[in-house]
Design a protein around this ligand. Structure first.
Ligand SMILES: [Zn+2]
Length: 889
C-alpha cells in the first residue's frame, strides 16, 4: 500500500543481500584446470555484481573494441565515496597537476582525498591469468567483511579493467575450448590476438592507435591519473613463478625519483604478501628493465604514476604444465641462476603448474597493492602532489625550457596529428594566436604550438619531443663488451617517427599563447578553379584524398617533373565534382589548390592498383597487422592472401602489387616455423644477447624470432604444443615460384625490412645485405632513428623530403651486386656521417652511405626493397609515403 516508505531502506537491503560468487555464476572455480570464463559471461557477471553491490560498484562501458566487444572499467569503492566520485576525481586531478596550489591546500586535499588505483588484466590474451582472476578480486572486495577489505573500500577508489583486450580473450577462449582434448590442447591461436596490433598492443600507449589504447589512455592520462597502476601479464614457464616490481637496470631517467621508490615499496608489499600466503617463486627487481618501451606500464612513470607490471609463469592456457626441477633456470637480468637470492628467497621447486596457481599469485599481488594504498592513503596522495610539483619545477629550471612545433612543416597535417596524440597523453599545449620570434632569432607563424617543460609531464615530453640516446654503459654491455639488446626500441621519439620538426628552446617563449583545450581539427579548402586542382604530394593525407576520389571514379594525374610551383608526386585533380571535393577536403584536411594553368607534360595518369598482402599463421605477423591498419586508415583497398592462393599461381591475373611485411625468409617460406605468439618467449635473455626481450616482448627481432623457431606454426613441442595442420604455414617452393612468376609477368613485389631478404635469397635480386655476418660488437643498432637521404625524384620517394629519418630495427643495408645493374635504382641512402639521430648505434661506418631502399627491375615487373619498417606499428608516419607510392600507378 505504501511502497514509497520502503524506498529509503532499499540500499541497506541490497547491501545485506547475498552476493553471487564467481563459483556459483560460472559453475566452476575460476582458474580451474581446463576451464576458461569467456568475456561475454564475465561482462554479464559484472552486471550481476553491480546490482548486488549496494552502491559499491559501478561498471563503465568505455566503448567498443576493434571487433565491437565492450571494453569495461569497473569502479569499486565504499558507497559514500561512490556518491562523491566526481569530487574525489577532482581532488585527484588537482594533486596531479598542482600548479597554483599551495602546499597547505595540497595537504588538505591529501587528507580528504582517496587513493586512486588502477589495475588492468591480460592485455596479451594468451596471458589469461589476469582476466580469470579479476572477477574473484571484485567479488572478494564486495563480499569480505574483514577490516582489511573495509579499509580498502573506505580509502581507495579502485578502477579495475578486468580485460585489457576483450577481442583477444574471446579468441583465446574459443580456441582453447575447440582444441580441448585434441593433441593441440593448450596451444596458442595461430593468428594475432588483436585484430591489428597483436602483442604490440603494449607498444601503442604513446600513439594510441587502437580503441583499447584510447580507453586506457583516457583513464590513466586525463580522466583519473591514478596514484598507481599495475598491469598483470604472463611470461614464459621456466623461471620465477611471478615477477613483481620494481624493474631492474637500466633505469630510464627523467621521472621523479619518488616513482622508482614507490615501485620498490609496492613490490615489497606484494612479495611479502606472497610469502605470508605461502606462495613460492616470487621475484622482484629482475628480468624486466626500467628502460622499457612506452607501453602502458612503462610510460606511466613519466606521467608521475607508479606504473608497474606483474608477470606470471605460464601454464598451457587453462591446462596444467609439468615442470621438472631441471627445467627451471635463471639467465635473466638479476637472476643468473635458479637459486635463492635476496630478491628471490623462495624458489618454487617444480612440479605441476596450474592456471589456479597463477590466479592465486596475481590476486595476492593485486590485493597487496590496494592494501598498501589503503594503509598509506595520505602519503600516497601527497606523493602525487610532490612528484608533479617537483617535475614542474625541474622543467621550469632546466634546458630546454620548451619545445616549439612550427605551423610550417613538411607535412603540416601530420604535425597536427602529432599534437593531438600529445593531447591524448594529457600534455598541456599552447597555440600562438600571432606570429612570434624566439630570442635566438627564429620566427614562428600564427598557429604554431608551444609545449612548455614547466608542467608535471615534463619527463614524458622530453622523450616524445627531444632526441634520445640509449645508455651505453655497465648495464647495457656484457662482460666481454657485447651490447645487450634494449627491451624494445632504443628510442620512442614520436616527433621523429612522425616526421615533425620540433625545435627545443632554452629561453622562455614570449608570445600570445592560448592553451589548446580540444583536439585540433583541420578542414581543407577547395578554391574554385576552371583548370582543376593540386593535391600536395608531401601530405600523407593526399593519398587518403586520392583514394576517396578513386572511389568516386575521378581520374587523377601525378606530376613527374616539377615546374610552375608543382612538385614531383603532386596529384592533379580535374575540374568539376566540387561538392565531392568539399566533402573530402573536410574529411581529410587537405586543400584542393587551384591549378594556375592546364598541365600537359611531365605528368602521368595515376590510379588504383590491385593490392594483395601476404598473411600467415604461426601466431600471426604483427607487422602485417599494423600494415592493414595503415592501409585502412588511408583508404587503400587490399586483399589479404594466404599460402593456398599464392601456391595456386596466376597471381598477376588478380593483383598488381604483392606486399610481404617484415618477416624472416624462413617464416615466409615455412622452412623453419615462425616464432609463436610471444608470450611463450618467456623470460629468456636478460643480460643475454639477442632475444633478451623476456616474455613481455614480442619485439624480438625477426632474426631472433627465426632463431627462436621451434615453437609456433609447424613446430612440434614448445609450450603451445603442435599446431593443427590447417594452420601450418609457409609458401614452400610452389609459393616461391608463384611469386617469381608474378614479378616476371609484371607484378610489383614490395617487401619491408627483414622480408627484403626473401627476394634477394629466393628471386635472385642482385643485392647484398652488407650487415650480414657482423658481430654485435662490430655493428649494433637496436630500434633507432637514422639519417637518410631520399631521391625524391624517384616515384617511390615522391613527396619525401630530401633528407629525413628512417627507423632502423634489425634492418639490412644494401649494396648492389648485380652484374648488370640496369633497372636498379637506389631510392634512399643512409647518411655519410653522424648517422644516428636517436637511439643507439655502434659501427656506423658499416652502413654509412649504403642503400636503404632499392627498386629493382625483374622480368616485366619489379621488386621494391624497403630496407626498414617504413610503416612500423602505424607510428612511422614520416616514411608512410614510401609504401603508398608503391601502391598507386
Ligand atoms: Zn604480456
Amino acid at each position: 500500500m505504501r511502497p514509497l516508505l520502503l524506498l529509503p531502506f532499499l540500499p541497506a537491503l541490497l547491501a545485506a543481500q547475498t552476493i553471487t560468487s564467481p563459483d556459483q555464476f560460472f559453475g566452476f572455480r575460476l582458474g580451474s584446470d581446463k576451464h576458461m570464463a569467456r568475456w561475454d559471461k564475465i561482462v554479464e557477471y559484472y552486471g550481476v555484481l553491480e546490482k548486488q553491490s549496494g552502491g559499491r560498484m559501478k561498471v563503465i562501458n568505455m566503448g567498443p573494441t576493434s571487433e565491437g566487444n565492450p571494453f569495461l572499467a569497473v569502479v569499486i569503492t565504499a558507497p559514500a565515496n561512490m556518491q562523491k566520485l566526481e569530487h574525489y576525481r577532482d581532488i585527484n586531478l588537482k594533486l596531479s597537476d598542482p600548479r597554483g596550489l599551495t602546499e597547505q591546500q595540497a595537504r588538505a586535499f591529501a587528507e580528504e582525498g582517496k587513493a586512486v588505483i588502477l589495475q588492468s588484466m591480460s592485455m596479451h590474451a594468451t596471458e589469461i591469468g589476469g582476466t580469470q582472476m579479476a572477477p574473484e578480486l571484485a567479488f572478494d572486495l564486495l563480499n569480505r567483511k574483514d577490516e582489511e577489505a573495509r579499509r580498502i573500500l573506505d580509502n581507495v577508489i579502485f578502477i579495475e579493467v578486468p580485460c585489457f583486450n576483450p577481442d583477444g580473450e574471446i579468441m583465446v577462449t574459443d580456441w582453447y575450448n575447440k582444441q580441448l582434448g585434441t593433441p593441440y590442447e593448450g596451444s596458442n591461436p595461430p593468428w594475432l590476438y588483436q585484430k591489428y596490433a597483436g602483442h604490440d598492443n603494449n607498444r601503442d600507449a604513446f600513439q594510441t592507435n587502437i580503441p583499447d589504447s584510447k580507453y586506457m589512455a583516457k583513464l590513466l592520462f586525463t580522466e583519473w591519473k591514478p596514484e598507481a597502476y599495475v598491469d598483470h601479464h604472463g611470461m614464459g614457464p621456466n623461471q620465477a613463478r611471478i615477477f613483481l616490481p620494481p624493474y631492474a637496470e637500466p633505469v630510464r631517467p627523467m621521472a621523479d625519483p619518488i616513482v622508482w621508490r614507490e615501485l620498490a615499496w609496492y613490490g615489497a608489499q606484494m612479495a611479502d604478501k606472497e610469502e605470508e600466503a605461502g606462495l613460492s617463486g616470487a621475484i622482484n627487481n629482475a628480468v624486466y628493465s626500467g628502460w622499457g618501451h612506452f607501453g602502458f606500464h612503462w610510460i606511466t612513470p613519466f606521467h608521475n604514476i607508479a606504473g608497474m607490471l606483474t608477470e606470471s609463469a605460464a601454464s598451457k592456457l587453462a591446462s596444467p604444465l609439468y615442470l621438472d626441477p631441471d627445467q627451471l633456470r635463471g639467465g635473466a637480468r638479476n637472476m643468473p641462476t635458479y637459486d635463492a637470492e635476496t630478491i628471490f628467497p623462495n624458489p618454487w621447486p617444480g612440479g605441476w603448474w596450474h592456471l589456479r596457481d597463477i590466479v592465486d599469485r596475481q590476486k595476492v599481488s593485486a590485493w597487496a597493492t590496494l592494501d598498501l594504498a589503503a594503509r598509506n592513503r595520505e602519503t600516497i596522495l601527497f606523493n602525487a602532489y610532490l612528484k608533479a610539483k617537483r617535475q614542474t619545477e625541474r622543467g621550469a629550471a632546466g634546458k630546454p625550457s620548451a619545445y616549439l612545433v612550427s605551423a610550417i612543416q613538411h607535412d603540416p597535417l601530420t604535425s597536427v596529428k602529432f599534437i593531438n596524440k600529445l593531447l591524448v597523453q594529457g600534455i598541456e599545449i599552447q597555440r600562438a594566436g600571432k606570429a612570434f620570434s624566439t630570442s635566438n632569432g627564429m620566427s614562428y607563424p600564427a598557429g604554431s604550438f608551444v609545449v612548455s617543460m614547466a608542467q608535471p609531464k615534463m619527463g614524458l615530453i622530453r622523450y616524445l619531443m627531444g632526441r634520445t640516446f640509449f645508455p651505453d654503459n655497465y648495464w647495457t654491455r656484457e662482460k666481454d663488451g657485447s651490447p645487450i639488446r634494449p627491451y624494445d626500441m632504443a628510442t620512442d621519439t614520436m616527433f621523429e617517427y612522425m616526421g615533425v620538426r620540433v625545435d627545443p628552446v632554452d629561453e622562455p617563449v614570449e608570445a600570445s599563447l592560448e592553451v589548446v583545450k580540444e583536439p585540433v581539427r583541420v578542414v581543407g579548402e577547395v578554391s574554385k578553379s576552371s583548370n582543376g586542382y593540386v593535391l600536395d604530394g608531401r601530405l600523407n593525407d593526399s593519398f587518403r584524398a586520392a583514394n576517396l576520389l578513386f572511389d568516386k571514379n575521378v581520374s587523377l594525374r601525378r606530376v613527374d617533373k616539377g615546374a610552375k610551383g608543382l612538385r614531383p608526386g603532386d596529384f592533379l585533380v580535374p575540374p568539376g565534382n566540387e561538392a565531392d571535393l568539399q566533402t573530402i577536403a573536410r574529411e581529410t584536411g587537405v586543400d584542393f589548390k587551384p591549378l594556375a594553368a592546364a598541365v600537359a607534360e611531365g605528368v602521368h595518369n595515376t590510379g588504383r592498383l590491385r593490392i594483395a598482402m601476404y598473411q600467415r599463421y604461426g601466431g600471426g605477423n604483427i607487422d602485417e597487422g599494423w600494415t592493414r591498419f595503415v592501409l585502412e586508415e588511408f583508404k587503400f583497398p587490399y586483399k589479404s592472401i594466404f599460402d593456398p592462393e599464392i601456391k595456386a599461381g596466376n597471381l598477376k591475373d588478380k593483383y598488381d602489387v604483392l606486399i610481404i611485411p617484415n618477416d624472416s625468409t624462413q617464416a615466409i617460406t615455412g622452412e623453419a616455423p615462425p616464432a609463436t605468439a610471444p608470450a611463450a618467449g618467456g623470460g629468456r635473455g636478460g643480460r643475454g644477447g639477442a632475444g633478451s626481450g623476456a616474455a613481455e616482448g614480442a619485439a624480438a627481432p625477426p632474426a631472433a624470432q627465426a632463431a627462436a623457431g621451434g615453437r609456433g606454426a609447424g613446430g612440434e613441442g614448445g609450450r603451445g604444443g603442435p599446431t593443427p595442420p590447417e594452420y601450418r604455414t609457409g609458401l614452400g617452393t610452389q609459393g616461391v615460384n608463384a611469386i617469381r612468376e608474378f614479378v616476371q609477368k609484371g607484378g610489383t613485389l614490395v617487401t619491408f625490412n627483414a622480408a627484403t631478404a626473401f627476394p634477394i635469397d629466393r628471386l635472385g635480386i642482385g643485392v647484398r645485405n652488407v650487415l650480414t655476418g657482423k658481430t654485435t660488437k662490430e655493428f649494433w643498432c637496436p630500434g633507432s632513428t637514422l639519417k637518410v637521404t631520399f631521391d625524391n625524384t624517384n616515384p617511390i620517394a615522391y613527396g619525401m623530403p630530401a633528407k629525413g629519418l628512417a627507423l632502423f630495427l634489425n634492418s639490412p643495408a644494401f649494396e648492389i651486386t648485380a652484374q648488370d645493374a640496369e633497372g636498379y635504382e637506389t631510392v634512399a641512402r643512409y647518411a655519410e656521417r653522424e648517422v644516428l639521430e636517436s637511439g643507439w648505434l655502434v659501427g656506423e661506418e658499416n652502413l654509412a652511405r649504403k642503400s636503404a631502399v632499392i627498386s629493382a627491375k625483374s622480368g616485366e615487373g619489379r621488386v621494391v626493397l624497403i630496407g626498414f619498417p617504413a610503416q612500423h606499428r602505424a607510428q612511422m608516419h614520416s616514411t608512410y609515403k614510401l609504401v603508398f607510392n608503391t601502391l598507386v600507378r
